[in-house]
Ligand binder design. Structure first.
Ligand code: ATR
Length: 276
């Protein structure tokens, strides 16, 4: 008899690794739980959130393209969701839906576990100004990063994001840098961490406008949120330069562990999913 049901909504959803992560944990631990995937078009989101309250769902994850569009349907949101502007975890409590964002903390947790990196007092270069960047800027600000350089193909988006996050985290110095090797090269020796938050790297793609990673100092860490492939072009290049690297799979794993804790108050000993 299934006692708890969880799930994930998104479009597309077939590629989501969350059902695999959760269901194999439930099986291994003999837990009478089930994690389902819901393929949901944007137009059906309202109908889903109205109906799901009667299904016995404990909670669900939210992925592309619903992380932002779910917000108006939630009865309450965590303060982090308000700043990030996106929720990836929803708790169904009686008739109420409560939204959280575990991507942000999941990223920091994974970075700390895998590399020992603590953002406090550090200089960090963030590439990208989309939703993933917002979650990462939030967690870096919260963990006391000293200085964050933000660069993006579309500069206006980086400027907007920078203004916004400056207000939320006045102790962190945010600065926009043009996405061009001549502007980025002088920064490279000064930064402790370089993070790619864009989709560049997916399926073997790479950046054209980054200076050589050899310009980074030898203790710098290169982090990529892309996990398909596990070792992206950027990480390959970093490894070639003998730099410490951090891939995207850990963020996926830790955001799930944090979501499970929010849903149940318990720790999930999830295994990293297999990436094809
Ligand atoms: P997500 O929510 O996953 O972050 P998004 O909000 O669509 O997705 O943001 C994608 C990010 O990847 C943006 O910063 C985008 O740059 P633009 O703002 O210029 O669109 C960046 N991006 C996507 N493809 C890129 C490419 N080929 N080169 C550089 N940046 C790219």
């Amino acid at each position: 008899m299934i006692s708890k049901i969880f799930g994930i909504i998104g479009d597309p959803i077939d590629h989501s690794l969350s059902p695999q992560m959760f269901n194999s944990f439930f099986q291994k631990k003999n837990l009478p739980h089930l994690y389902l995937r819901f393929h949901l078009k944007k137009k059906d989101l309202g109908r889903f959130v109205k109906k799901c309250r009667g299904w016995g769902l404990v909670g669900f994850n939210v992925t592309i393209p619903h992380k932002e569009s779910i917000l108006p349907f939630l009865d309450k949101i965590d303060p982090a969701v308000k700043i990030i502007g996106a929720a990836n975890t929803v708790v169904v409590r009686g008739n109420r839906l409560i939204g959280y964002n575990t991507d942000a903390e999941g990223y920091s947790l994974s970075l700390r576990r895998e590399t020992g990196f603590e953002p406090r007092g550090k200089s960090i270069l963030v590439i990208g100004a989309g939703g993933a960047s917002r979650a990462i800027l939030y967690t870096l600000g919260r963990h006391g990063a000293r200085q964050i350089f933000l660069t993006n193909r579309t500069r206006s988006k980086a400027l907007r994001l920078c203004d916004e996050f400056k207000r939320h985290f006045p102790k962190t110095a945010f600065k926009v840098v043009r996405f061009h090797p001549t502007d980025l090269a002088p920064l490279f020796p000064k930064i402790d961490l370089l993070i790619n938050t864009t989709s560049v790297g997916l399926k073997g793609t790479g950046f054209k406008n980054l200076p050589p990673l050899l310009f980074l100092h030898s203790k710098a860490i290169v982090s990529d949120i892309v996990y398909r492939p596990l070792i992206t072009h950027l990480l390959k290049e970093a490894k070639r330069c003998h730099l410490k690297t951090h891939g995207g799979l850990g963020m996926l794993l830790h955001q799930a562990v944090l979501a499970y804790r929010i849903w149940t108050g318990k720790k999930a000993l999830l295994d990293a999913p297999k990436v094809s």
